[in-house]
Design a protein around this ligand. Structure first.
Ligand code: TXE
Length: 477
């Protein structure tokens, strides 16, 4: 599969004439080539977006909402293709690509279409004047997305961005370009006015040309924390609107009064969904001392029963890691865990399912015996790797949970819902679930604090981020 950029309504070869290989995570084989876009490609895409801006931002919001619906309909027709391409490109199980990636990509467009259709100006009356607050487009947006949830996250940005009247240039991860290409085919098929959505493929350099361009007004980035810092640095001199959704090292806190069976299921899912490559994954499991042994017995059994295998197989629960380089990083943390005094309870080995040699395989790994200050217990690993720790009191659980530079999410497992809420309110993060995980209502804010990012997206927070409010105050005597 040879992919092309999508600029001003046309699929184009990169002016740079440079290409990168796209590798299958499950076999290591080349499955296609992707443009490595250079300065001229990025400039053309930005210029196309700028040219399309006046007409698009001048359209009535309900008109733009209709376009979002058309995109959603067309994506829905390609549901199976989305799942197939996402599984092929990321190495994730096809069942997950269907239930999470394909499903959410369609619903992101539907959800924002409805919100934008229902949007009204705010009115504030004074004795002698009327204030109207109107949300207007910001301008040209750069939307940069990672490899773990490619279309899910791209659609989460494109839908509200264009819905609010902005025009955009997308830069998907070079590791997973296939469904971004599919979205451009959909946009082309429905006939969205040219230049409203443009896409340049490429690596971090291509991304930084976008974020640093003086002709880009807004940057929405999801990816690693250190990359987020570079993005902020390149975007801030021009005071661009900036949203950063970065990494996490989230705690799953298991109290002795939890429903143990449900908790083990939930904590296993939170730890290993998408091979642990979700920023929300619960990679530090804190267990109340009195049930520690019983929990560990059930948890290890649950982890060892997960089916690892061909991502295209319907029964597969754990697929491959995204790249060789990432696999080496995660394996490096296994060695580090031993150096830091931990024990491997299960996993820790590369595992190669039959006929998939050459892929990036690793068994789900559970580490115990580490101090809560160690690097393995506080740094984001972003793989099938969790550490388990004991605690004795509510206070201690909160202290351990907060002992990291990240602050994205967390989950609490207890039958005492009041305690669940009380503990949740003391966790320094953007999102906390009680007796559930990744239970998403698209109306609520999504994002983190500390090194997990800046700003929120989701519901009215997305509409706010992708717009500028204008206050018109009209005096009437
Ligand atoms: O992501 P990057 P990588 C974490 C995870 C992982 C680490 C690195 O810990 O191990 O990040 O992953 C583009 N200016 N997460 O290297 O580099 C890049 O091309 C502008 C957490 O794959 O952050 C891609 O499109 N753009 C995360 C996107 O940024 C730049 C999900 C993300 O790439 C750029 C993924 C630059 N200077 C990884 N450099 C989450 N929070 O979900 C790179 N890019």
């Amino acid at each position: 599969m040879k992919l092309l950029n999508y600029i001003k309504g046309k699929f184009e070869e990169p002016g740079s004439a440079e290409w990168m290989d796209n590798l299958s995570p499950s076999t290591g084989k080349v499955i296609g080539s992707v443009p490595l876009s250079g300065e001229s490609d990025v400039k053309l895409a930005i210029a196309a977006a700028r040219e399309a801006l006046p007409e698009w931002s001048g359209m009535d919001p309900s008109g733009r909402a209709e376009w979002l619906d058309r995109i959603a309909d067309c994506l829905e027709e390609k549901f199976e293709e989305i799942a197939y391409l996402e599984s092929l490109d990321t190495g994730k199980p096809i069942s997950l690509a269907r239930s999470v990636d394909a499903t959410r990509s369609v619903s992101n467009f539907r959800f924002f279409s409805e919100m934008i259709r229902d949007m009204e100006d705010e009115i504030y009356e004074m004795e002698d004047a009327t204030n109207i607050v109107k949300l207007r487009a910001v301008g040209v947006g750069a939307l940069i997305t990672p490899w773990n949830l490619p279309l899910y996250l791209l659609s989460w940005k494109v839908a509200p961005a264009i819905g609010m009247g902005n025009t955009v240039v997308c830069k998907p991860s070079e590791l997973t370009p296939l469904t971004a290409d599919l979205l451009m085919r959909v946009i082309d098929e429905v006939g969205l006015p040219s230049g409203v959505v443009n896409l340049v493929h490429g690596n971090g350099n291509s991304g930084s040309m976008l974020t640093g361009s003086p002709d880009v007004d807004l940057v929405s980035f999801t990816g690693g924390t250190s990359t987020g810092a570079k993005v902020a640095q390149s975007a801030s001199p021009q005071f661009k609107k900036l949203s950063l959704e970065l990494g996490g090292k989230n705690a799953s806190i298991v109290f002795s009064d939890c429903d143990l069976e449900e908790t083990v299921k939930g904590v296993t899912r939170a730890a290993f969904l998408n091979q642990g490559q979700v920023c929300l994954c619960g990679s530090r499991i804190l267990v109340e001392d009195s049930i520690y042994e019983r929990f560990m017995e059930m948890f290890v059994e649950s982890v060892e029963s997960m089916v690892i295998g061909d991502p295209m197989d319907d029964d597969t629960e754990l697929g491959a890691l995204i790249s060789k380089q990432h696999l080496q990083k995660v394996q490096g943390y296994v060695s580090l865990a031993l150096e830091e005094g931990g024990q491997i309870v299960t996993g820790g080995e590369p595992c190669l399912p039959k006929e998939l040699e050459g892929g990036n395989w690793m068994s789900p790994t559970v580490i115990t015996g580490l101090g809560t200050e160690t690097r393995c217990s506080t740094e984001e690993v972003f793989g099938p790797f969790v550490t388990v720790h004991r605690f004795n009191s509510e206070h201690e659980a909160i202290e351990i949970a907060n002992n990291t530079r990240y602050g994205l999410a967390g989950s609490i497992w207890t039958m005492d819902l009041e305690k669940g809420r009380r503990v949740a309110e003391n966790i320094h993060s953007g999102m906390v679930w009680v007796n559930t995980w990744l239970h998403r209502d698209l109306r609520v804010p999504f994002g983190g604090v500390k090194d997990s990012g800046v700003g929120r997206e989701g519901g009215k927070w997305s509409l706010g981020f992708f717009s500028e409010p204008l206050n018109v105050c009209v005096r009437h005597d």
